[in-house]
Design a protein around this ligand. Structure first.
Ligand code: CDT
Length: 312
């Protein structure tokens, strides 16, 4: 029998299939619990659920009634419907990361993901930084992507947290496409980045990208893992949800950039891998030894300008 090092974490990428608008939180939590139990049977210590895992992906609709909009948001975590997930995970000694829409007591709306340790303690909270899509209804689209109407950008940026015997970061969906996301976490020594996503296959501004969605999804996460010497766990809500087909392809990616486990379906499915956090050192202490090789004096444009400035 092989000896497990203290620096391994067995992770379950808990992909979800579609959630209908009519599904209740209770319906969804039942599905999260079923995946949690599968994860327990397969030896997982950490289960990662997708972005906005408790409801349908509501930004596809232009909603005008604030009460209806707020009905997709959680005012407390855990709340009445999510308490059974917290209780069962704690009973089983499994930690988890969950994406949900957060409405704060002072009225802020965020696209949020939390990290919960095996004893049930919330040890990290991340609020999505890169908010994609558009602010106003655009009739020409077959469906909307109104995240910029419903969510404010997270004010706290990319913070790494200590948990699961290592250093853990989170990012949500569109954040995974930006190299800065991984590098800011990489500069905090991150070893495990947990990413939930809802990615419609049809990209209305440029449908030529539709067939490339799966490729681009893995491309960005594999590059982020390799260039920062970190594990990356990408977890989808996939399948045809309220008529909109969304990307599946949840994957567990090693610091080498290689995919070591991947979901095969577009439905509720668990992919499991044991992540050796010490493998990160192979990259962090060689090619990507930041202290030795980075040249931040040449990277000033990254923080000093937002858009492109063409040469004279
Ligand atoms: N949820 C989310 O961020 N989705 C975006 C869709 C593309 S922008 C309309 C993504 O980057 O996958």
């Amino acid at each position: 029998m092989t000896q497990k090092s203290a620096r391994t974490v067995t992770v379950g990428a808990a992909q979800l299939g579609p959630i209908a608008r009519s599904d209740t939180r209770r319906d969804v939590v039942e599905r999260l619990l079923a995946l949690l139990h599968q994860a327990h049977e397969r030896g997982a210590e950490l289960v990662v659920y997708p972005e906005l895992a408790l409801t349908t992906f509501f930004p596809r609709w232009h909603l005008e009634d604030q009460h209806v909009i707020d009905s997709f948001f959680e005012r407390e975590m855990p709340g009445e419907s999510t308490a059974p997930l917290f209780e069962e995970a704690k009973r089983l000694g499994i930690g988890f990361s969950l994406g949900y829409a957060e409405l704060t007591p002072d009225g802020h709306h965020y696209n949020t993901q939390i990290l919960v340790e095996r004893d049930g303690t919330v040890v990290g909270k991340f609020r999505k930084v890169h908010i994609p899509g558009h602010e106003n209804q655009e009739e020409w689209r077959p469906f909307q992507h109104l995240e910029r109407l419903y969510f404010e950008p997270g004010p706290d940026g990319f913070q790494a947290f200590r948990g699961f015997g290592g250093i853990v970061g989170m990012a949500i969906c569109n954040d995974r496409r930006w190299p800065e996301t991984y590098r800011v976490l990489g500069l905090q020594g991150v070893e495990l980045i947990l990413i939930g996503y809802n990615t419609p296959i049809h990209y209305a501004p440029d449908p030529s990208q539709n067939v490339l969605q799966g490729f681009h999804n893995h491309l960005v996460m594999q590059a982020g893992a390799y260039q920062n010497g970190t594990w990356v766990i990408g977890v989808a809500k996939g399948g045809v949800e309220e008529g909109v087909d969304s990307l599946a392809g949840s994957a567990i990616i090693a610091p080498s950039g290689e995919i070591v486990a991947q979901c095969q379906s577009s439905d509720d499915e668990l992919a499991v891998a044991t992540c050796d956090l010490d493998l990160c050192r192979n990259y962090k202490e060689t090619l990507f030894d930041f202290e030795r090789y980075r040249t931040p004096e040449h990277y000033q444009r990254i923080t000093q300008q937002r858009g492109v400035r063409l040469p004279d």
